[in-house]
Design a protein around this ligand. Structure first.
Ligand code: ZN
Ligand code: ZN
Length: 147
């Protein structure tokens, strides 16, 4: 029985990148080993098992730390968040910073499905199909800007 796998928090088992590490977490015999991990939003990174056991997480996520109600995509871009395709995306808009590079699925108001990074949507990009259909600008979006 290996003690590392037993001591490892459930999230470590989930984030263990078995294909890159070439072994299962249960097969590891030393905590000083530097291993590959895949965080819940898909960043791939290397970290010593020891430091992960001590609670260190994904560095990219730490930089993009989300404070709900402050810098999450949901609070900064409420209308874009309504187009979030919850069925296809793992994380939710409230879980991600508006600067996140997570490539999410979106459903536009008239039902087109497309994939764009959260960061791209934050900078105002729209549904590519609608944009094509609006064409050369002959048909302008006439929806008044209220409020
Ligand atoms: Zn991450
Ligand atoms: Zn569309």
């Amino acid at each position: 029985m290996n003690s590392i796998a037993v001591r490892a928090a459930p999230n470590l088992r989930v984030e263990w990148d078995e294909s890159r590490n070439g072994m299962r977490l249960d097969e590891v015999s030393t905590t000083v080993m530097v291993a590959w991990w895949s965080c819940p939003v898909g960043h791939s990174y290397r970290a010593r098992i020891q430091s992960r056991l001590a609670g260190t997480g994904c560095g990219a996520c730490a930089r993009n730390r989300v404070l709900p109600g402050f810098n999450s995509f949901a609070s900064l871009h409420p209308s874009e968040s309504k187009e979030w395709d919850s069925a296809r995306n793992g994380p939710q808009p409230i879980d991600l910073a508006s600067s996140s590079t997570f490539r999410a699925w979106w459903v536009c108001p008239i039902g087109h499905h497309y994939q764009r990074s959260v960061r791209t949507r934050s900078s105002g990009s729209q549904c590519p199909t609608c944009r094509r259909q609006l064409g050369s600008g002959a048909v302008k979006n006439s929806r008044p800007r209220s409020r």
